[in-house]
Design a binder for this molecule. Structure first.
Ligand code: URA
Length: 429
């Protein structure tokens, strides 16, 4: 095979053959195809796209570059959720134990945050003692005893994607629906789940800013999953405004525990229940039959909370220990009275990041206590001079830049008729 031929073929808009795709992904992973050649191919794919057969083969080639876990011998059916990432998106935390409490097993491989959206592992690492790195044997042991495990993906899963994602990141080729789909799905197929629910976020705080691109991403990923024997469905959900009232690592863990205790913000509860029902259905479980509980009931009756504590303990964490708090807080007051008609997810995410909740480079540490508390959500009334946000940071010099990010982040209107936006926008199956 000749890499230059492959680059030229895609540059000129041709369909790549399965053999070309297998070879180029393998040769790149082994170092035989140079970084500059793969950059050229990534740009050609970015500009020309790939059809369903090419995307499916590209995913398979990345999957074949590493190990594939297999949990098909567990007593419970396995199911997982992947979110494309949003601000205040702590849903994995209440969702995993809720689904476990209802009878499925959830093998969840998560990541750390980069940029304005937080990572699930960063949130969980704010729990004293909790460990993200588990061996495959430990992962299997936690999953079979508790029904849920949330841990870091080992280096052996889809190594081709790790290398290619890092290259795309520095060559302006991340925002390609075929390559995003193959990247996400190669990792999800490698983790060995039997079924998968995708939460594809839409709006200012999300990767996909408009519904049409989100729908195309969802369609592409759902097709890849189903083509590979993993029952896959997607929900398109709103990320124009943050989820819940807390944005930041330990703040979001505390909010997740509120939800697991039967309370918490309505949007976090709604999305947790909607995704949990989809996961159970994808795993072939029906609430009300064979002892399968409905997720809303599991949140109400304490079983989801008990499952959370069990999963956290099994990974070395103390679910009853106090969570870290930031050293300093600053309150931002509402400048006017009226209805909060807009609260921008991206700008709130940026403020939390500037407060220390996120990282700029992979090797940076995060502040567990940093973040933003939202005292009002769109549709709620606010009064001039009352708290609108509380900012949390370890270093007070961070407050001014975070407050700046929030300056144009909201609208308050007197006598405004506020149309609530639906949280679940569409379903792709
Ligand atoms: N997340 C991934 O895992 N891969 C992408 O390409 C984009 C987002």
């Amino acid at each position: 095979m000749d890499v230059i031929e492959i680059i030229r073929a895609k540059r000129d808009g041709a369909e790549l053959t399965p053999e070309q795709i297998d070879w180029v992904i393998d040769a790149y992973t082994r170092g035989e195809v140079a970084e500059e050649q793969m950059s050229a191919l990534a740009m050609a794919v970015f500009l020309r796209g790939m059809n369903r057969a090419e995307v499916s083969r590209w995913t398979e080639a990345m999957l074949a570059s590493g190990e594939r876990l297999d949990f098909s011998d567990l007593e419970r059916p396995t199911t997982d959720k992947h979110s494309t990432g949003g601000v205040g998106d702590k849903i994995t935390l209440p969702l995993t134990p809720t689904v476990a409490a209802c009878g499925a097993a959830v093998p969840q491989l998560s990541g750390r945050g980069l940029g304005h959206t937080g990572g699930t592992l960063d949130k969980l690492e704010s729990i004293p003692g909790w460990r993200a790195s588990l061996s495959t044997d430990e992962m299997r042991a936690v999953l079979s005893t508790t029904g849920g495990v949330i841990c870091a993906a080992g280096a052996g899963l889809a190594p081709a994607d790790r290398k290619l994602y890092a290259l795309r990141d520095v060559t302006g080729t991340v925002e390609s629906i075929p390559m995003i789909s193959a990247s996400i799905m190669s990792k999800k197929l490698a983790e060995g789940t039997g079924s998968l629910v995708l939460d594809v976020k839409v709006g200012s705080g999300a990767f996909m800013k408009d519904v049409d691109s989100a729908r195309e991403l969802a369609r592409t990923m759902v097709d890849i999953g189903n083509d590979h024997g993993v029952r896959t469905v997607a929900l398109l959900t709103d990320m124009a405004t943050p989820l819940g009232r807390q944005v930041g690592n330990a703040l979001e863990v505390a909010e997740a525990v509120e939800v697991l205790s039967g309370g918490g913000p309505a949007d976090v509860v709604e999305l947790t229940v909607a995704l949990a029902r989809e996961m159970l259905a994808a795993a072939g479980l029906t609430p009300g039959r064979d002892g399968v509980k409905d997720p809303a009931e599991a949140l109400r009756d304490g079983s989801a909370l008990a499952s959370w504590k069990e999963i956290v303990r099994a990974q070395g964490g103390d679910p009853d220990a106090p969570l870290p708090e930031a050293a300093e807080t600053r309150v931002v007051l509402a400048p006017a009275s009226g209805t909060l008609t807009r609260l921008d997810a991206y700008q709130v995410g940026l403020a939390a990041w500037r407060l220390g909740a996120g990282r700029a480079r992979k090797e940076d540490a995060v502040s567990f206590g940093a973040g933003v508390t939202l005292h009002a959500k769109p549709g709620e009334e606010v009064s001039a001079g009352e708290p609108l946000f509380t900012l949390h940071a370890d270093e007070p010099e961070r407050f001014d830049r975070a407050a700046e990010a929030l300056e144009g982040a909201f609208d308050i209107e007197a006598d405004a008729a506020h149309e609530p936006r639906p949280l679940v926008i569409d379903r792709v199956a």
